[in-house]
Design a protein around this ligand. Structure first.
Ligand SMILES: NC(=O)c1ccc[n+]([C@@H]2O[C@H](COP(=O)([O-])OP(=O)(O)OC[C@H]3O[C@@H](n4cnc5c(N)ncnc54)[C@H](O)[C@@H]3O)[C@@H](O)[C@H]2O)c1
Ligand SMILES: CC(C)(O)[C@@H](O)C(=O)O
Ligand SMILES: [Mg+2]
Ligand SMILES: [Mg+2]
Length: 347
C-alpha cells in the first residue's frame, strides 16, 4: 500500500506493484469464484479473472444473456450453472445481478451463504440501503466490495489492452480476519489499475451522485440546454452539435483528461479563456443547488427506492430501451450521427 498526496490530502492506494498477481493467486488459491449475473460487470469481471488464471464459474438464468455466456466460452455443467447451483459450488459469491435483481434473488441465494464463504459486491447499494433491499448477510461470512469506477465494458477492453481501471474497495464484515487481503486480491484479479479504500456507504452515495450528476445526467442536461438555445437562435444542427458535443469529445476532453483543465484552457484562445474563467463560477453557482438536491435525494435513499421500484417491474428493460430510443432520436443526437460520419477516421 502506498500513501499518496491527492491535492493536499494523504490517502492510501494499492497497485499491482505492492500487491502482485502472484500474491493474489496465493490469497485466493482455495477459492471458487461464482460470478452471479452476466449483464455488464459480470462478463468484464468473470473474463478478466479467468484470463488471470483464477478458478471462476458463472451463474446465470436462461435467456438472451445465457447465450452471451456460451459465446464467451463458459461451458454448461462445467463453468456455467443455474444461479442457485453456482452459489452452492462457489466460495466467493459475486452479486453482479442488477441492483434490483439482487433483491429478487436474495431469498434463494441466502441459504448457500454458509460459514466461511464470502459475499462480494461491486456496489454499496444492497448493504447501504438494507432497510429497503432486505439484504442482511449472516454474521459468519465475509462481506466485501470492489467497485470498478467505470463501465464493465471498459474494465474488459482496458484489461485486453494491458491497462487497468481504477476501483474502490471496502470490507463490510470481516468474519475470517482476512477479508481486506481477500478484497485487494480480488481487485487485482479483476484487473484494477489501482484500488482506493472506501466504505459501502460512501461508495453507494458517491456512485449514485456521480452517475446522476456530471458523469451522465448533468452532462446530458447541459448539452440539451446549450443545443436548444443555439437552435432557438437560428444556428444549424451541425453548428450547434459541433459547438456543444463534438469539439468537447474530440478536441478538448482529451486535453483536460491528459493534463488537467488549466492545460486545456491554456491551449485555447485568450478570448475563450477570458470568457470561460468568467462563466465557470456562474455555472457552478447555478448548478450547486441542483447538486445539493441530488446528494440529499441519494443520501436519504430516495434515489435507491426509485431504482428499486422502477427496475423491479417486469417490463423495466423495455421501458428503459424506449427511453434510450427517444434520446437517440432527438435532433441533437441524430445530428451527431451525421457529424460522426464526417470524422477523418470514418472517411
Ligand atoms: N454496469 C456497470 O458497468 C457497473 C459499474 C460499476 C458497478 N456496477 C454494479 O455492478 C452490479 C451489476 O451491475 P450490471 O450493470 O452489470 O448489471 P445489469 O443491470 O446489467 O444486470 C443484469 C444481470 O442481472 C440479471 N438479472 C436481473 N434481474 C434478475 C432477476 N430478477 N433474477 C435473476 N437475474 C436477474 C440479468 O439476467 C443479468 O445477468 C450492480 O451492483 C451495479 O451497481 C455496475
Ligand atoms: C459506469 C458507472 C456509471 O460508473 C456505474 O456506476 C454504473 O452504475 O453503471
Ligand atoms: Mg453506478
Ligand atoms: Mg460508477
Amino acid at each position: 500500500m502506498a500513501e499518496m498526496n491527492f491535492g493536499g490530502v494523504i490517502e492510501t492506494v494499492v497497485t499491482s506493484k505492492e500487491f502482485s498477481l502472484e500474491k493474489a493467486h496465493e490469497v485466493l488459491k482455495n477459492e471458487t469464484i461464482a460470478v452471479i449475473g452476466y449483464g455488464i460487470q459480470g462478463p468484464g469481471q468473470a473474463c478478466n479473472l479467468r484470463d488471470n488464471g483464477f478458478n471462476v464459474i458463472v451463474g446465470q438464468r436462461e435467456g438472451k444473456t445465457y447465450e452471451k455466456c456460451l459465446k464467451d466460452g463458459w461451458v454448461p455443467g462445467k463453468t456455467l450453472f443455474p444461479i442457485e447451483e453456482a452459489c452452492k459450488k462457489g466460495t466467493i459469491i459475486c452479486m453482479l445481478l442488477s441492483d434490483a435483481g439482487q433483491i429478487a434473488v436474495w431469498p434463494k441465494i441466502k441459504p448457500y451463504l454458509t460459514a466461511g464463504k464470502t459475499l462480494y459486491y461491486s456496489h454499496g447499494f444492497a448493504i447501504n440501503w438494507q432497510d429497503r433491499t432486505g439484504v442482511v448477510p449472516p454474521s459468519d461470512i465475509d462481506v466485501i466490495m470492489v467497485a470498478p469506477k467505470g463501465s464493465g465494458t471498459s474494465l474488459r477492453t482496458m484489461f485486453c489492452e494491458g491497462r487497468g481501471l481504477n476501483c474502490s474497495y471496502a470490507v463490510y464484515q470481516d468474519a475470517s480476519g482476512n477479508a481486506e487481503e481477500k478484497t485487494i486480491a480480488f481487485g487485482i484479479g479483476i484487473g484494477a489499475g489501482y484500488l482506493f479504500k472506501t466504505t459501502f456507504q460512501r461508495e453507494a452515495t458517491s456512485d449514485l451522485t456521480g452517475e446522476r450528476g456530471s458523469l451522465m445526467g448533468a452532462i446530458e442536461g447541459l448539452f440539451e440546454a446549450q443545443y436548444d438555445v443555439l437552435r432557438a437562435h437560428g444556428h444549424s444542427p451541425s453548428e450547434a452539435f459541433n459547438e456543444t458535443v463534438e469539439e468537447l469529445t474530440q478536441s478538448l476532453m482529451p486535453l483536460f483528461g491528459e493534463k488537467g483543465m488549466d492545460w486545456m484552457y491554456a491551449n485555447c484562445s485568450t478570448t475563450a479563456q477570458r470568457g470561460a474563467l468568467d462563466w465557470a463560477p456562474r455555472f457552478r453557482e447555478a448548478i450547486k443547488p441542483v447538486m445539493e438536491w441530488l446528494y440529499l435525494s441519494v443520501k436519504t435513499g430516495n434515489e435507491a427506492q426509485i431504482a428499486i421500484d422502477k427496475n423491479s417491474q417486469p417490463d423495466y428493460r423495455d421501458k428503459l430501451n424506449k427511453e434510450l430510443e427517444d434520446m437517440r432520436n432527438k435532433e441533437m443526437w441524430q445530428a451527431g450521427v451525421t457529424v460522426r460520419t464526417l470524422r477523418p477516421e470514418n472517411n
